[in-house]
Write a protein that binds this ligand. Structure first.
Ligand SMILES: Nc1nc2c(ncn2[C@@H]2O[C@H](COP(=O)(O)OP(=O)(O)OP(=O)(O)O)[C@@H](O)[C@H]2O)c(=O)[nH]1
Ligand SMILES: [Mg+2]
Length: 453
């Protein structure tokens, strides 16, 4: 499979100054020779050019010039895929990019599948699986915090910790297996204590990693926060304040917002999808009824609820009902219109006071949102290794197996049992970096990439 040469348009399709077409594989330079005519006096064929050099010329097909381009020659192994690579920077029009790409295919490359360049980087040993996933995280990052975490993972922060854990487990396993081979010798009590201590250490470390899963999910996918409350409480005003621009219609007429409005904002490094909803009330209007139904559905789906109350109005039975309705979910009570004379009684729950008219309290509300989202007991250096759902699944299985192995070992049962469990544990830990990867797993992971990466 790695014998063929792949190509893709690596930039988003659309009109832009430049588009880049990436070609990788053993035939990359031959493909370039066929479709690229070097210009200038000292021009070289791509296959004759030194590595990491840039060349001016034209892409041609059947003798016809298609575009004026710059072509980069990057020879294996110092490339992203560790294969010979050619990158063609052409003009960024949709049609011209397509024609240049077709010329590259006609010269012998085949279209790459999504993520295939990164997959080759993995298969050729340049990066491990966790690092390959970090490439996708990096591209999809929506906040600087998420980007920083993806960069750390790409640099191998998580991988190094996983490798260390795996080495440690392998050494313990080797020790146990050595005693299986020499059944006459029991493990000395001292040594047994040390082995159990090492497994305890591994379990503690796995717990630490597993605790980062929530943060990992939040960094990668963000969270949904539904803004709910009575009509006219100021929900749409709050959405606009949090976004920093006028997204939703605000009016003094109760029942202004009918449909749900979704918009993403960066709240202290957390990507938050805010959902403004129709005010919750009984209504005879069928459109508004549907709006209220959608509001409740949004509240059900959201990880966080911002319940907006109006400081200038007394608490109604409906407010109280919502307060108890949302009590079981992660929520923040937001008392809006703090600039008006207060008629809202003191609340039995803690609340953040804001005014969407003056902007007072909005920064404090952002802090409160971040605090509610982040569990808080996580160290900064662990954020750098925040795991994804696939890692979480593998590490959970590893933890369970190691726990069983530890129990079996401490009960002094036959050593085959702990050895088997430890092998399961080692394999599960290895899945994170791709040491025990199956073709199925690779297909699932790399198909999530965009084409050209
Ligand atoms: N004085 C004052 N008025 C506010 C404040 N926030 C919102 N308002 C006003 O309250 C009215 C309702 O605001 P909206 O943001 O439309 O309220 P809503 O909760 O989205 O209302 P519905 O969409 O009808 O459910 C508007 O006239 C706003 O200008 C505030 O902090 N202080
Ligand atoms: Mg509204």
């Amino acid at each position: 499979m790695l014998l063929d040469t792949i190509a893709a348009i690596a930039t988003p399709l659309g009109e832009g100054g430049l588009a880049v077409i990436r070609v990788s594989g053993p035939g990359a330079l031959v493909v370039a020779n066929k479709c690229f005519a070097a210009g200038g006096k000292n021009s070289l064929k791509p296959s004759a050019a030194p590595t990491h050099t840039l060349h001016y010329g034209h892409i041609t097909r059947a003798g016809r010039v298609l575009d004026e381009v710059m072509l980069a020659v990057l020879r294996a192994p110092r490339t992203f895929t560790r294969e010979d690579t050619v990158e063609i920077s052409c003009h960024g029009g949709v049609l011209v990019t397509k024609l240049v790409f077709d010329a590259v295919l006609a010269a012998g490359a085949r279209p790459a599948e999504p993520g295939e360049f990164t997959k080759r980087a993995f298969l050729n040993g340049r990066i491990d699986l966790a690092q390959a996933e970090a490439v996708a995280d990096l591209i999809h990052s929506r906040t600087e915090l998420a980007l920083a975490a993806a960069n750390e993972q790409l640099a191998g922060k998580l991988s190094r910790r996983i490798e260390q854990l795996r080495d440690d487990l392998l050494r313990t396993l080797a020790h146990v297996e050595a005693h299986i081979d020499f059944p006459d010798e029991d493990i000395a009590p001292d040594t047994l204590g040390q082995l159990i201590g090492r497994l305890d250490g591994a379990i503690t470390f796995l717990d630490e990693l597993l605790r980062t899963a929530d943060e990992g999910r939040i960094l990668r996918r963000g969270i949904r926060a539904a803004i709910v409350g009575r009509p006219n409480a100021g929900k749409s005003s709050l959405l606009n304040q949090l976004l920093g621009h006028d997204r939703a219609i605000v009016s003094p007429i109760p029942g202004t917002t009918r449909d749900t409005i979704e918009e993403t904002a960066n709240i202290r490094g957390v990507p938050v999808v805010f959902v403004d909803t129709a005010g919750l009330r009984e209504s005879g209007d069928v459109i508004e009824q549907e709006g209220v139904r959608r509001s409740r559905a949004s509240a059900d789906l959201a990880e966080l609820i911002l319940h907006v109350l109006d400081a200038s109005e007394p608490l109604t039975p409906a407010d109280e009902q919502f307060l108890s309705e949302f009590a079981g979910k992660k929520h923040l009570v937001v008392v809006n219109k703090s600039d008006l004379p207060r008629r809202l009684p003191a609340l039995p729950v803690s609340a953040v006071e804001v005014s969407c008219t003056t902007g007072a309290g909005i920064e404090a509300l952002k802090d409160a949102i971040k605090a509610a989202v982040w569990s808080g007991d996580i160290h900064a250096e662990m954020l750098e290794v925040a795991i994804n759902a696939r890692h979480q699944d593998a590490l959970r299985r590893a933890r369970e197996a190691i726990e069983r192995g530890r129990t079996a070992l401490s009960q002094g049962l036959t050593l085959e049992l702990p050895a088997m469990e430890l092998r399961l544990g080692v394999n599960a830990v290895g899945e994170v970096v791709g040491k025990t990867s199956t073709e199925d797993l690779l297909t699932v992971i790399f198909s999530q990439f965009c084409i050209g990466k």
